[in-house]
Design a binder for this molecule. Structure first.
Ligand code: SG4
Ligand code: ZN
Length: 251
């Protein structure tokens, strides 16, 4: 089974299509903290992120993606003018957003859609339709216990590629534990999805506090099978800022 786009070669980022190539508000970007605009955007409000949920994990050939079952998890605040609902979480190994050109080991994306649109694929066609929360992970000596169940499930769906593969995550997931403790410091800017079609309808929030992952845990992601063999990295190169304002919310 072939996928229409990838992170390498003839189906790689240079061949992703019109919006990806010609857009002026693309993501990810390199964030230069010194150039950010310090403002009070109001705090982000995470509703029901502190409960334990059953989760499934999917290897779609581009990433591993987690969906949770049960009541909707909601996000507001941070200067947003409406309420957004969590659809899925996924990882990029090799972080997508860099800080002062430094690339961390891993980036978690929590993808939300504006409630009135019902899902991300519809919301992605409308201004302010999508909000992605990004969490950066740096390498550390110790395992991150809060990633254990996800790593275990990733190992299960990582085997020989015969098409997308899904598994139930062995332990319940508490999404709050995948967010940094300090939620009062984050960057915000207007950008795009980081994969085709690269729709420019995404408000990005990137926490400044990083979490950690061990090399052993990280290598499980890098072994994930895709149609092109092991998916050793899955980040898009950083894109031009083109005069966009990058805000830094500080309490
Ligand atoms: C990953 O490829 C996800 O698997 C996609 O989700 C997601 O697309 C895509 O990344 C872009 O999202 O936060 N990196 S990102 O900008 O959520 C969408 C699915 O394919 C539309 C469901
Ligand atoms: Zn992503």
């Amino acid at each position: 089974q072939e996928l229409s786009w990838s992170y390498f070669g003839g189906t790689g980022p240079d061949h992703w299509g019109p919006i990806c190539t010609n857009g002026k508000y693309q993501s990810p970007i390199d964030i230069i903290p010194e150039d950010t605009i310090k403002v009070d955007l109001g705090s982000l409000k995470f509703m029901r992120y502190d409960y334990a949920y059953e989760g499934k994990l999917l290897n779609n050939g581009h990433t591993v993606q987690i969906t949770l079952s049960g009541v909707p998890l909601l996000l507001s605040g941070g200067g947003l003018s409406s309420t957004y609902q969590l659809e899925q979480m996924h990882f990029h190994w090799g972080a997508e957003h860099t800080i002062d050109d430094h690339r961390d080991a891993l980036e978690l994306h929590l993808v939300h859609f504006e409630k009135k649109y019902g899902n991300v694929s519809t919301a992605a066609h409308y201004k302010n339709g999508v909000v992605v929360i990004a969490v950066l992970f740096r390498l550390a000596d110790e395992d991150n216990k809060d990633l254990d169940a996800i790593i275990e499930a990733t190992d299960l769906v990582g085997a020989h590629w015969v098409g997308p593969s899904i598994t139930k995550i062995g332990h319940k997931i508490i999404p709050q534990l995948l967010l940094p403790k300090d939620k009062t410091s984050f960057y915000r800017y207007e950008g795009s999805l980081t994969t085709p079609e690269c729709h420019e309808t995404v408000t990005w929030f990137i926490f400044t506090e990083k979490l950690t992952i061990s090399v052993d845990q990280w290598s499980v992601f890098q072994r994930l099978e895709s149609p092109h063999g092991p998916l050793s990295f899955n980040y898009r190169p950083t894109q031009p800022i083109n005069g966009r304002k990058i805000y830094h919310h500080l309490l």
